[in-house]
Write a protein that binds this ligand. Structure first.
Ligand SMILES: [Zn+2]
Ligand SMILES: [Zn+2]
Length: 293
């Protein structure tokens, strides 16, 4: 059950990104099938809802993200279909992973591995399940982690929708995500009023954040000194912080406003990641596309 309007919208967004950033077409094309699939799957709701009445708005106000208040990954939620769908999209975009992904898909189909276990284990100790899958089933832990991080986005985006619908308005003033606690992958500054919005690529959430401090370390910034621009491109920048040595790719919204997908925007600006990492800065968060070394 997918919404065809939204699917054709995301395809248009990808086409525009390819036209505007032809130098990055390889990476955009590699991730396009995955992102289309993630958005389609995220439109469907989870089979198991979380109990949003457990979320405390006072705690949110104090900076405790939802993920530290309730479990967002429910062990009883079967993620078999989601994982297999994402796996086929990965093969389409990145054919060199076909053999590795087929192996994982076959094990999931035969119920030899349960994708939900991956998230259950991550609540206790990082990558314990990935290590078990590696030892017992000879699966590459990096391929399994890559696949499951793409599945994680679908689960968390569904949760983010559930939560924002249930909570309505809430106060949040932090530089990390109110839902999942991740740092932003990209920022958007509005032309009118100059408000800055941060985007979380782990769950798809947006939130407003002050322009006068660094989202990562909260150091106050000196106006005009904190952005790095590429020559002739005034709409693309990277916020840089000299205290924590992090950068945040930033887009200025100007002119004709098209619908955006902030992950597509972030991937389209991969040249900024290359430049900033070359200068010794680190991204505020690791995404599947911005870990370059
Ligand atoms: Zn998030
Ligand atoms: Zn900082």
């Amino acid at each position: 059950m997918t919404n065809t309007n939204e699917t054709s919208e995301i395809k248009n967004i990808i086409d525009r990104a390819l036209q505007q950033n032809p130098e990055n077409k390889e990476i955009i094309k590699a991730f396009a099938p995955v992102i289309i699939m993630q958005r389609q799957l995220a439109q469907q709701s989870s089979s198991k809802k979380i109990d949003c009445s457990l979320i405390d708005k006072e705690k949110l106000k104090a900076g405790v993200p939802v993920i530290n208040q309730v479990n967002l990954f429910l062990p009883e939620e079967p993620l078999k279909e989601v994982t297999l769908s994402i796996a086929s999209a990965v093969k389409e975009g990145i054919p060199k992973l076909t053999e590795a992904i087929d192996k994982i898909s076959a094990l999931i189909q035969e119920d030899k591995i349960n994708p939900a276990d991956y998230f259950r284990a991550s609540l206790e100790s990082e990558n314990k399940t990935a290590a078990e899958w590696e030892n017992n089933l000879k699966i590459s832990p990096s391929n399994a982690s890559f696949l499951m991080s793409l599945v994680s986005r679908v689960v968390l985006e569904r949760r983010a929708k559930e939560i924002t619908e249930a909570l309505d308005k809430f106060d949040w003033e932090e530089g990390y995500c109110p839902i999942c606690g991740s740092f932003p992958s990209i920022a958007l500054i509005e032309e009118e009023g100059g408000k800055r919005f941060l985007h979380c690529s782990s769950c798809g959430q947006y939130w407003r954040f002050t322009r006068i401090s660094c989202p990562y370390c909260e150091k106050e910034t000196v106006q005009g000194m904190e952005y790095f621009y590429v020559e002739n491109k005034t709409q693309e920048a990277a916020f840089v912080c000299d205290k924590c040595k992090k950068y945040l790719v930033t887009l200025y919204r100007a002119g004709k406003v098209f619908a955006r997908d902030m992950d597509i925007s972030a991937i389209s600006l991969i040249h900024m990641d290359i430049i900033m990492q070359g200068k010794g800065y680190e991204p505020m968060t690791a995404c599947v596309w911005n870990v370059l070394s």
